[in-house]
Design a protein around this ligand. Structure first.
Ligand code: K1U
Ligand code: ZN
Length: 164
């Protein structure tokens, strides 16, 4: 049997069919399997290499509901929190604030384009970790923006469809 370890993966660009499709839930049978852990580590390496603040599995040609959120301060959002990357499987945004804010976004799948997107300022998200344990947490500001951007990828929506 030939097995490969974690690797930097190619990133799907706007126009690829996988970016326009709804991703499927990660089945319980996949939790904690070597294949799932390998995919998550490969997504983490790809995110690091691309210098992004988030990534969704469809962006690496995998049609599963997995996102990584890795907020850090940056020139556009100097007050953004520095957080250790959070891996979210099967995330569900359970609550969004009525209060919204405009902010600049980019996308690893749409290189060279940036634009203003209106997003909820606060949200509550439910998700499972790689072992299937459920978590629920609240996020605000830039971290909430990344979660909404990555969740959109799982629904087949790119930020360019939401430009103000
Ligand atoms: O999902 C992706 O394509 C990654 C994307 C996430 C994102 C950036 C900005 C707002 C919401 C979601 C990126 O990481 S784009 C590159 C980037 O590091 C960045 C872009 C704009 C502001 C801050 C960082
Ligand atoms: Zn994106």
């Amino acid at each position: 049997m030939i097995t490969t370890g974690p690797a930097i993966l190619p990133i799907a660009r706007q126009g690829e069919a996988i970016l326009a499709r709804r991703a499927a839930p990660v089945p319980a049978a996949d939790f904690n399997t070597p294949a799932l852990l390998n995919l998550i580590e490969s997504m983490r390496l790809t995110l690091l290499e691309a210098n992004g603040v988030g990534i969704a599995a469809p962006q690496v040609f995998v049609p599963l509901r997995i996102i990584i959120v890795a907020s850090r301060p940056n020139p556009r959002y100097p007050d953004a929190p520095l957080m250790a990357p959070v891996v979210m499987l099967n995330p569900e945004i359970r609550w969004r604030s009525e209060t919204c804010e405009n902010g600049e976004e980019g996308c690893l799948s749409v290189p060279g384009q940036r634009g203003m997107v209106r997003r909820a300022s606060h949200l509550q998200v439910w998700y499972q970790d790689q072992g299937g344990t459920a978590h629920e947490a609240g996020y605000s500001g830039f971290a909430a923006r990344i979660i909404q951007h990555e969740h959109d990828h799982l629904e087949g929506i790119l930020f360019v469809a939401r430009l103000q």
